[in-house]
Design a protein around this ligand. Sequence first.
Ligand code: PLP
Ligand code: ZN
Length: 463
Amino acid sequence: MTELVFQQCLNPQCSGTASLADTAFRCARCGGLLDVAYDWDRLPIPKTLKHFEGKWANRTNPLDFSGVWRFRELLPFAPDDAIITVGEGQTLCQRADAVAAYAGLKPGRLFLQYEGMNPSGSFKDNGMSAAFTHARMTGATRAACASTGNTSASLAIYCAATQLMRGIIFIGSGKISFGKLSQALEHGALTLQIQGDFDDALRRVQEVSRQLGIYLVNSVNPFRLEGQKTIMYRVLEALRWEVPDWIVVPGGNLGNVSSFAKAFSELVELGLISRVPRLAVINATGADTFHRLYNEHHLRWNGGRFDQSKIDSYYASLDANNRKADTLASAIEISRPVNLPKALRALDCCNGVVRAVPDAEILDAKAKIGAGGLGCEPASAASVAGLRTLVREGVIDKDERVVCILTGHVLKDADETVAYHSTDPATSAKLTTRGVKQVAFANRAVQVPNDLAAIVKIIELNG
Ligand SMILES: *Cc1c(COP(=O)(O)O)cnc(C)c1O
Ligand SMILES: [Zn+2]
């Protein structure tokens, strides 16, 4: 008899499995990625999604309060007393008509899933809570990640709040925003700033973790993705359990899109929803590996027989031309997305599309999101910029119901926001030197003399 919970190679041609406790996070047979797999027939599954509404009345239980663990029947790999939560997932799915108008959708058709409300300020806490729980189940005392900033902030918080583990963080030099770096330092993680970019840091942290037996919490870890499934459960909950037409999500390491598709396909398998939404993944043009491979090289999942040689030769050409990821949306500044095969499967399962949007459009979309009342970081705004592109192309109809995922909080990268709204050339240099010459929605600070009459006049002119 198979185990209730195990890890399974994502490649349907390979029968590789690993036990629940295995922490290699690679198929021992083929080296491929692993999924967390469940023998659902032997697990207690709710009859309808409404079941989860019952948890609202029980919020004094931390597991029912958590926006991840109140759905624990749908990620049942941990016994209740092993679960670690710091109150993650108290997030909002807000109707956003002003942003809808900007993107070209009709009123009432766009919702923003605001993951900036998490304890560390990004969606990463959903996955970290699950990975951290698994780490503790396996007896780990140290956990490591490579990060463009948010994974490290999240790991640092879980280590500090629980005092259960030492957090070790690898970041590329000079790329991380101060908001995110400050979190890693403030919460006491061992922070290693290595010479190189995120892709270099991710390679190193995998080597070091293997050599020293340190638990790895990057999204190659399939337990991370189990936690991130709950973002979709909360979206459904906010929409009264109705499946939207589209989910639009920024794509970096492609963990989110992979976990979203897993969430929906499992819900269909369990008979809890009847159809999946379509998925749109949005790259930044400066870090557009997925877009290029999917749209230009026509790379497809193909039942698991995806053409690895297309990926290899694309990466070889990046190396040959010394092309590094380069975008102001630092959280998606990744050119070798570790979850690429899973993301191919996700698009196959959810009739997905990929687009890439330039930094200038990302920052304009970010300003529009901010003007609509939710503050997000640049990478998050790629979702709305991408939506606008897809509506303009006619891929998404103005009548369709769309949810864009706002992955991180606006205060993660305040420098960039101030640079966008500033007239001071020294301040806005952060954007202009990276190729963003013009911004459309700057809200300039007004210079006034220290004089009552002058101040009154300016307010009457502008207020
Ligand atoms: C990590 C991150 C992303 C990228 O998510 P993936 O799952 O790696 O594709 C996007 N936005 C923010 C704010 C992030 O922190
Ligand atoms: Zn395998």
